[in-house]
Design a protein around this ligand. Structure first.
Ligand SMILES: O=C(O)C(=O)C[C@H](O)[C@@H](O)CO
Length: 248
């Protein structure tokens, strides 16, 4: 599930839901370094894997996200193997990468309470990269095969937009492109994930062999459930007129 509210209470509610992984989103939400840090602390008490999405493939932000304790990163908008390699370098300490050293100040090392953290840090980080443009789909084999990339995640919303089908994540050509990415990753033995809120589409991608999938979002669940509650007790026209803000 997407965790987009930035609120640790909401993330804790979702963390205890029985879901096995959460994506704390730093790209399309109000999440900040501070809010992500607190949500990681909250999720640590539950049997759930938190993945944190950055807003951009950026060496400095990757350093900060890793230092605050994110161990599973999702880097958006990776279109080429070179961009994937840059993300790999950002998550690794020298000599294998360029991650800045600040473990004495960082929650990631528990302020150097974790013995030998620097030497072992690289093996504690999982790097996922997003394939979400037509260019990335054309390069998906090279991206997935990039040394240090632990998995790919296909973004149908941005992929649809990139293919000229803005808002049409279920368009047959978009679905076909997603399935092509899934097949390519499976052939390479690289874990592959996807985002699919429509159950039929989610199950189609699961049948295609996707290894991990996002099937909902905290904000979407709250929006739909509150609308349903309004519709249940308010006259329909009243519920509808109260649904949209004066300014959009
Ligand atoms: O392109 C996508 O799909 C994603 O990366 C997920 C979107 O960012 C999010 O809006 C959920 O649809």
């Amino acid at each position: 599930m997407w965790a987009c509210t930035g609120n640790p209470l909401v993330t804790e509610i979702c963390a205890g839901s029985g879901l096995d992984w959460l994506l704390i989103d730093g790209e399309h939400s109000i999440n900040s370094l501070e809010s992500i840090s607190v949500q990681l602390q909250v999720a640590a008490g539950y049997p759930i894997q938190p993945v944190v999405r950055l807003p951009i493939n950026d060496t400095v932000l990757i350093k900060q996200y890793l230092d605050l304790g994110a161990q599973n990163l999702l880097v958006p908008m990776v279109d080429t193997a070179d961009q994937a390699a840059a993300a790999v370098a950002a998550v690794r300490y020298p000599p294998h990468g360029v991650r800045g050293v600040g473990s004495a100040l960082a929650r990631a090392s528990r302020w150097n309470r974790i013995e030998n953290y620097l030497a072992r840090a690289d093996e504690t980080v999982t790097l996922l990269v997003q394939v979400e443009t037509a260019e990335a789909v054309a390069n998906v084999a090279a991206i997935a095969a990039t040394d240090g990339v632990d998995g790919i995640f296909v973004g149908p919303s941005d992929l649809a937009a990139s293919m000229g089908y803005l808002g049409q994540q279920e368009h047959p050509e978009v679905v076909a492109a997603v399935e092509r990415c899934i097949r390519t990753a499976k052939d390479l033995g690289v874990p592959v994930g996807v985002n699919a809120f429509a159950e039929a589409t989610a199950r189609r991608y699961l049948d295609a062999g996707v290894d991990f999938i996002l099937v909902g979002a905290d904000v979407a669940l709250l929006a739909r459930a509150s609308e349903a509650l309004a519709a249940k007790y308010l006259p329909q026209e009243s519920a509808e007129t109260q649904g949209s803000p004066a300014s959009y």
